[in-house]
Design a protein around this ligand. Sequence first.
Ligand code: 6R9
Length: 661
Amino acid sequence: MSNEALSNLLHEERTFPPSEDFAAAAVAKADLYDRAGTDRLGFWAEQADRLQWETRWDDVLDWRPPFAKWFVGGTLNVAVNCVDRHVAAGHGDKVALHWEGEPGDTRSLTYGELKDEVSRAANALTTLGIGAGDVVAIYLPMIPEAMVAMLACARIGAPHSVVFGGFSAGALASRIDDAKAKLVITADGGYRRGAASALKPAVDESLEMSEGKSVQNVLVVRRTEQDVAWTEGRDVWWHDVVGSASTEHTAQSFDAEHPLFILYTSGTTGKPKGILHTTGGYLTQVAYTFANVFDHKPETDVYWCTADIGWVTGHSYIVYGPLSNGATQVMYEGTPDTPHKARWWELVAKYGVTLLFTAPTAIRTFMKWGDELPAEHDLSSLRLLGSVGEPINPEAWIWYRRVIGGDRTPIVDTWWQTETGAIMISPLPGVTAAKPGSAMRPLPGIVADVVDDQAKPVPDGGGGYLVLSEPWPSMLRGIWGDDERYKETYWSRFPDLYFAGDGAKKDEDGDLWLLGRVDDVMLVSGHNISTTEVESALVSHPKVAEAAVVGATDPTTGQGIVAFVILRGDAAEAVADDAEAGEAVIQDLRGHVAKVLGPIAKPRQVLLVAELPKTRSGKIMRRLLRDVAEHREMGDVTTLADPTVMNLIGEGLDKGAKDEE
Ligand code: 6R9
């Protein structure tokens, strides 16, 4: 971004205050803000008391910028907090997990059963020579063993490094080497889009590629019963070693700063970084945010987070947040369109899901598929909806609330990152009003701001860089093995402020609007324009389902706005074989943006496309679209969920995927 502030183009008038009924019964109370404001560290100590500590901490925070220690001297066991203590409290028969396989097979695990499974797995890991401090790589599909494996690692103090099952052997190998993993936990395969998809061959290949040769064993879950190659002495079956292990396991407590996990993130750019999270502060903040942001009522709620366990959302809001709160949740193995495009809505009705947490990319896909599919299922159990991963366009927000939430559910748009570990900015349901497209305010206990180039807070109505001004319990403790890169990446742009990499604006009420990565901001005739605002303007047109916008070099304006647009079902059909109709829609869309945001934001070009390039966690990769818009050869496409997409968009530009992220 240049020195100029981010132009503030989108004006949103709609606001949704909490209903009286919801507010009266809400978990979150308005006084949280005051309590946290008056005594921030005291407030976090209160939140830490949600957990069962073996030794109480001496100090809440030891802050030597940019290195933090939270709950110094405290000890606890994460698995005991997530499982055993609920059983001890008499909830052993409560369902922790309703699991649904893609082919339709199901399993449920009570907290009592989960305790037995985690204890068995912990014993098996110990037998395999894994102890506190040894790193375990987990490369599994969305099956209950993924949760069990993570908890078993936590139970014995072995940091896990979950690698998303969709990543290649090369990506797995580089992560194994970086963390010197001693064990890989995987499966023969998993089900995706109606077919068994193998995982074990990628592990075998990655271990050939691995330079460190740190891995001693591969623990393999049988899921698909595909044939697998077997290395005697190295490979062991889960059903043998975990199956035969004892359900008795005495958990030891670990220091609050003991490493809990490493999670590699590349975002949309750059070499993967091993983000390190530790024990006490992390669990405190995920437990606190899960309870308050999702208004979780343990007696009645059925929660479903649709993320993959391989992303931070899966770590914090499938495993550690929900389980530390004793929640009942749904986990689904497959894709939303298998065997039909209403699978999610069928599952919501089947399990009576009350709290649903998903991503804007999914919501916009459902918009494209039409209102009829959700309408075929009873979604009346839903009482709160959440969003994470990208800015949610106001129209997608409105659609989510109307079509999925029956016009009654609050929506929480939650801003956070792998690095922040837990939700940082979000409305508090029952307390704060929500505006479609805004993540609203930092949660009680969190201090965030929007600053200009000189680190000066921008006034209400202005835009700039989102920063976090005070340390928070679930913050990353560093980049695995690279303190310099940690300082350089997050703490060097502004002195003593954590810079998240995102642009944001404050509206006239001081509420926050996240505007995507600052690398994506466009500079058009001297105005900094966020891609998010132009995308939102496009999505507010009734014919548009999804849009991605980039700035391409332009001889007159510096950058010109180029928009890639996916039309909704009917509209797409209408232009499919009719170039003239297509051109009319394009002109209509350009005019629409000019009307909503002003002529400065009118796209120079609109391209109608069938798909957009996305990372495997659903974020749009604007970098590649910029290559297309500027007629360049395309950069690295290997983080794409579907590398063929770019062929469709920029014919002949794809050089083919290298086998690294
Ligand atoms: C949790 C997660 C982090 C980046 C983040 C931002 C974007 C996430 C958002 C959002 C606007 C939200 N992001 N939530 N942007 N509104 N509610 O997604 O972690 O994969 O590390 O990505 O995602 O750009 O900086 P991660």
